[in-house]
Design a protein around this ligand. Structure first.
Ligand SMILES: [Zn+2]
Length: 321
């Protein structure tokens, strides 16, 4: 009898895994070597203007097996994943939460707005159903880093809104992607939230923009549930696009010594992303080539973790071969 039940459980598991494989299986790029590991881009924003065929071709050429984060809307993020199963990872909440805060102000992050409470119920249903693999990108503090795109976004990282999202992160095992400049006040709020529930996962977009190795080292040591995503910190962006306001992790493509040491010291804590504005395949390819120059400067084990293994673990994706 027990054997039968175990067999049923096993076949149910197989069916479950195969039915969800469109989201979980990374495609393409299986021939990449240990020196050039497959890449999972965890800072890709789905916007409708992308020529998806052209984008997927660039991803294939650069060995990018999956890409994801929040989209122009939740449904746009989902539509990318539906059109190219296994290649895009939809996150939820980026634009709706931002737009509500712009419209209604602090009552949104204090959870005193009917509209945000209704939206969060909808968001939670999508996460619970497994439609979305993460929540964000949330713009908790972008006063200096993205003032033109997202004016005035500054709210407490441990506000009632963030506490509710953090509880979802813990309950459903989905990370939050958070754009929050590393000011003293925001960091203290973030730390209170990280301590409040160790089951939640915080992926700090752009490594906090101003987050430098001494601060990050202290935070990693104190918070096992803190991770950093490195888009926006590339020297390439600073040199070419003159948009980053942060210190880059490299100078002209060579990792700074203190960053190399930090990445090797905490190889489990980093993921990479591109965060390309708009729908520009050429810039996307350049960002990937940038990472292809950076990764070989690390030990092969660290490079593989940062390029894809950490993302697979945090988002519960099937390992890339
Ligand atoms: Zn950002």
């Amino acid at each position: 009898m027990k054997w039968t039940i175990d067999r049923i459980a096993f076949f149910t598991l197989v069916l479950f895994l195969s039915s969800d494989s469109s989201l979980m299986r990374a495609g393409g790029a299986s021939a990449l070597s240990a020196e050039s590991p497959p890449i999972i881009d965890l800072h890709f924003h789905a916007i409708p203007d992308w020529d998806l065929q052209a984008l997927v071709k660039v991803m294939d050429d650069g060995g990018v097996v999956m890409a994801g984060n929040g989209g122009r809307s939740d449904s746009v993020a989902l539509s990318f994943a539906e059109k190219f199963p296994g290649r895009f990872i939809p996150f939820v909440g980026q634009r709706p939460i931002h737009d509500l805060i712009q419209k209604e102000g602090e009552q949104v992050w204090k959870l005193e707005s009917k509209a945000v409470l209704e939206y969060l119920d909808q968001l939670e249903a999508g996460v619970r159903a497994g439609q979305f693999k993460g929540i964000g990108e949330l713009f908790v503090n972008n006063i200096r880093s993205r003032p033109s795109w997202f004016p005035g976004a500054l709210y407490p990282a441990d506000s009632p809104l963030m506490q509710r999202l953090w509880a979802m992160s813990a309950t459903y095992g989905v990370p939050l992607s958070v754009h929050m400049e590393a000011t003293e006040e925001s960091v203290a709020q973030m730390e209170r939230l990280l301590v409040s529930n160790r089951q939640g996962t915080w992926i700090w977009a752009h490594a906090g923009h101003f987050g430098e190795p001494p601060l990050l080292r202290r935070l990693f040591q104190g918070h096992p549930n803190l991770y950093c995503e490195l888009s926006g910190r590339e020297g390439l962006r600073l040199e070419k696009f003159r948009r980053s306001i942060a210190e880059p992790i490299d100078y002209h493509g060579k990792l700074r010594k203190e960053w190399k040491e930090l990445l090797e010291e905490f190889p489990e804590r980093f993921v990479i992303g591109t965060d390309v504005d708009g729908h520009d395949p050429r810039t996307y390819a350049e960002m990937i080539q940038f990472w292809r120059k950076i990764l070989p400067q690390l030990s092969p084990q660290t490079a593989a973790k940062i390029a894809h293994q950490n993302a697979e673990r945090l988002l519960k994706l099937l390992p890339t071969k």
